[in-house]
Design a protein around this ligand. Sequence first.
Ligand code: DHB
Ligand code: FE
Length: 281
Amino acid sequence: MATIVGAITTSHVPAIGGAIARNLRDDPYWKPLFDGFPPLHRWLAKVRPDVAVIFYNDHGLNFFLDKMPTFAVGAAPQYCNADEGWGIPTLPAVPGDQRLSWHLIERLVGEDFDITSCQEMLIDHACTIPLALLWPGSGGWPVRLVPICINTVQHPLPSAARCFKLGQAVGRAIAAYEEDMRVVVLGTGGLSHQLDGQRAGFINKSFDLEFMEKLPTDPEWATRFSVRELVELAGTQGIELLMWLAARGALSGEVVTTHSNYHIPISNTAAGLMLMESRIA
Ligand code: DHB
Ligand code: FE
């Protein structure tokens, strides 16, 4: 039986890749962000996940405005990164887990989610930055990847309630997988940020902190907001918090936060980090 060991949610600002490449972890600007990760390194070394199922949003590397699936699941043997123009190094390909991918696709379509299945898929900074933060300098990835992409680029976007339900369905599908394996669920993006328009630079700390506080115990709180309301509260790119809701949805039972961090500013984005675990009574 597959088991979910926990869910990690984190921001995915590309500039973090530059800081890693230039070895700036202890630089005063970056230290408060990188200091959030050693507890997660210790936790990952303890729980040793075999697979990472990652909810992320592509930013134009794999999908563009001409073809924009609402929900896409990778079913590739491996996932390559490519130059997105941020000036950061590309990372080695991450191995996939095609059997688990197709199991998730079957289950999700069986639960009436309309999924685009991708037997080739480039992964952008929304995957590679979190992987590089969680498994630093590992020179070869210790996990296989199943990427689940949620559209936050071209409106209409799926609602918060729908993304949470997608996460719940993914949690059920993993629990029903017959192979013995440990799965960590990741959700990347946010928290509040807006990169363009009149509100460029907008950050909403009080909303972010309330969102992080409610996510483990009352995720439905965030699902009551419409996409438009969430954009108002968290910024046009802050809507990436939908990934956090999907990742939280995969956890069942009593959920607790066992580690968190929040730091402003990191580039234009409030950088949040959480580890949530199920306490099964
Ligand atoms: C930034 C944040 C993002 O979420 C992203 O995808 C790209 C850039 C930023 O803060 O610079
Ligand atoms: Fe982003």
